[in-house]
Design a binder for this molecule. Structure first.
Ligand code: HEM
Length: 520
């Protein structure tokens, strides 16, 4: 009896404590997850702790499917609220509102929500830089991507495209069906290695080389045991930083950084020059040093820009070219080949155009010739509409902002998601949205739509800096190939393509398979 009474006395406070703790947690959760409801903003129902992240955590939906549900069913076409774990985020889909976020009121949305990796090279890439540092690096890098500078790299791209054509020619003796993303991945890797680092990686002829291995390592999925740490890094970056937590694989980053550092040193010591991005950045660094020497009494704001192009910043941008340009451009090329294979009429029109334009340029693929291939440009645009390699982008609110036409004020630090894939598949913007129809991008049809409903490269001051280069590179490859080969569906060609669920980028789950046939 006494023992029973004693145990009751001991258990009672524990029960009270637990009940109080649970009540506090419940109240906190209620408050956290009533953020959108209390502001009258529609959105999917959240769950404690994980908010609306279940489909992404369990990979039951691809990123594009996930966004599509919010866009179609929860008001995302205009805007809707959802929760990434316990953080309220806003999805904005309406073109007018997007124009405010991405262009007109950009100074309220200058940053991107990018995880801090606690890795110096990764943390100095333009993609994730914030505020004044982003502005300074972007402004010194912008001239590097002007059409004049891109023109200078054309010959190097053509060399890689010729290798690609030779590769297919030789491989056709052994097989006719190809997983296009894999082959184009080798092409874009060789191109970026040549253009950014000034190095010949030659992965098309030597698949065992260090470049292929490093890139494969970088893009390989994260091991399961690391995923919880990734979420910690994502949710509480400050804690992750204090703990020196680093979930990314440093080996490929170290490899690429060493390549850039060695190349820089070699060029400086041997006074060598080459028409690539690294050279342009080294020239900009030199120019910056000269300018700074001229202004010894620089103002405090100038002091920030004085340190912009350090060796670390240059290395980070060269490695970023790799990361940003390798997968996205290979995905674009593989889907262009896929769409051409499934639409022989469109393919024939491209072949005719290539033949006609090149004949007018003495058979030479020049920058001007590429610009004259207007139908090919429409085919690229329609492919990127259907298969945008980055299915969503985002902005972080850097200054509080009231959404025009509403009384909704977005607080500093909030993430705003832009569902590119869903906007591209919205029948209000593109009737019969799943149909491949390059005519949607004829000059008349293009001018009848808002520019904000076509966003494969984002929009505004923070858009893709490599857009012109990527399109030039991809078109050179297709022009080379269309002169000698035709794309044909193979037994393995999937219609429609199943999209891989784990990745944040748009990837075909079972690859993009296409047959190549030699043109007679
Ligand atoms: C077809 C190929 C490509 C696609 C579809 C693509 C797409 C994108 C998108 C959607 C963004 C985000 C834009 C935004 O938030 O508004 C972006 C950013 C960026 N891209 Fe690309 N990209 C491609 C190729 C490239 C290439 C080849 C490079 C470099 C050589 C590159 C470098 C960058 C950089 C540095 C940023 C960050 C810009 C900044 O934050 O200021 N991209 N890209």
């Amino acid at each position: 009896m006494i023992a029973q009474a004693l145990s009751c006395v001991c258990v009672f406070p524990v029960v009270v404590f637990l009940a109080a703790a649970l009540t506090l947690v419940a109240l906190y959760m209620r408050k956290t997850y009533s953020y959108w409801e209390s502001r009258g903003v529609r959105g999917p129902k959240p769950f404690w702790f994980i908010g609306n992240m279940y489909p992404r955590l369990r990979a039951t939906q691809s990123m594009s499917e996930y966004d599509q549900v919010m866009y179609e069913n929860h008001g995302g076409k205009m805007y809707c609220g959802y929760y990434e774990f316990m953080n309220p985020c806003l999805m904005v889909g309406h073109p007018e509102l997007l124009k405010h976020v991405m262009v007109k009121d950009f100074d309220h949305f200058t940053d991107r929500s990018f995880v801090t990796f606690n890795e110096p090279v990764m943390d100095h890439m333009l993609l994730g830089l914030k505020g004044g540092m982003w502005k300074a690096v972007r402004s010194v890098m912008t001239p590097t991507f002007s059409s004049g500078k891109i023109k200078q790299t054309l010959q190097l791209v053509k060399d890689c495209a010729r290798n690609l054509s030779t590769y297919f020619e030789q491989e056709l003796d052994k097989r006719s069906s190809f997983e296009m993303k894999e082959v184009y991945g080798m092409f874009t890797m060789d191109t970026i290695a040549s253009i950014a680092f000034g190095v010949s990686s030659d992965s098309l002829n030597n698949t065992q080389n260090e470049f292929s291995a490093a890139a494969a390592q970088f893009f390989s999925p994260m091991p399961k045991w690391k995923r919880p740490f990734m979420f910690l890094q994502f949710l509480w970056p400050h804690i992750a930083k204090k703990l020196h937590l680093n979930v990314i694989n440093r080996t490929p980053i170290q490899f690429f950084s060493k390549v850039v550092a060695d190349t820089m040193r070699y060029r400086i010591e041997n006074k060598l020059r080459r028409s690539d991005f690294l050279q342009l950045l080294l020239d900009a660094q030199q120019q910056e040093a000269t300018n700074n020497n001229k202004t010894p009494d620089a103002s405090p704001s100038k002091k920030v820009s004085e340190q912009v192009l350090t060796e670390l910043v240059i290395t980070a941008q060269c490695v970023l070219f790799y990361i940003a340009g390798y997968d996205t451009t290979a995905t674009t090329l593989s889907f262009v080949s896929y769409c051409l294979a499934l639409h022989p009429g469109v393919q024939q029109r491209c072949m005719d155009e290539v033949e006609r334009v090149l004949a007018a340029h003495e058979g030479e693929i020049t920058y001007e010739a590429l610009t004259e291939m207007t139908y090919l440009d429409m085919v690229f645009a329609e492919t990127l509409r259907l298969y945008p390699p980055a299915p969503r982008v985002d902005r972080t609110v850097t200054k509080p902002f009231t959404l025009p036409g509403t009384d909704l004020t977005l607080r500093k630090g909030m993430k705003v998601t832009i569902p590119i894939y869903s906007i591209h598949r919205d029948p209000n913007h593109y009737p019969e949205p799943n149909k491949f129809d390059p005519e949607r991008f004829s000059p008349e049809n293009k001018s009848s739509r808002s520019q904000m409903v076509y966003l494969p490269f984002g929009s505004g001051p923070r858009n893709c800096i490599g857009m012109r280069f990527a399109l030039m590179e991809a078109k050179v490859a297709i022009v080379y190939l269309l002169q000698d080969f035709a794309f044909i569906p193979s037994k393995k060609t999937q219609v429609p393509i199943t999209i891989e669920k784990r990745s944040g980028l748009l990837k075909a789950q079972d690859g993009v398979w296409v047959r190549l046939a030699k043109r007679s």
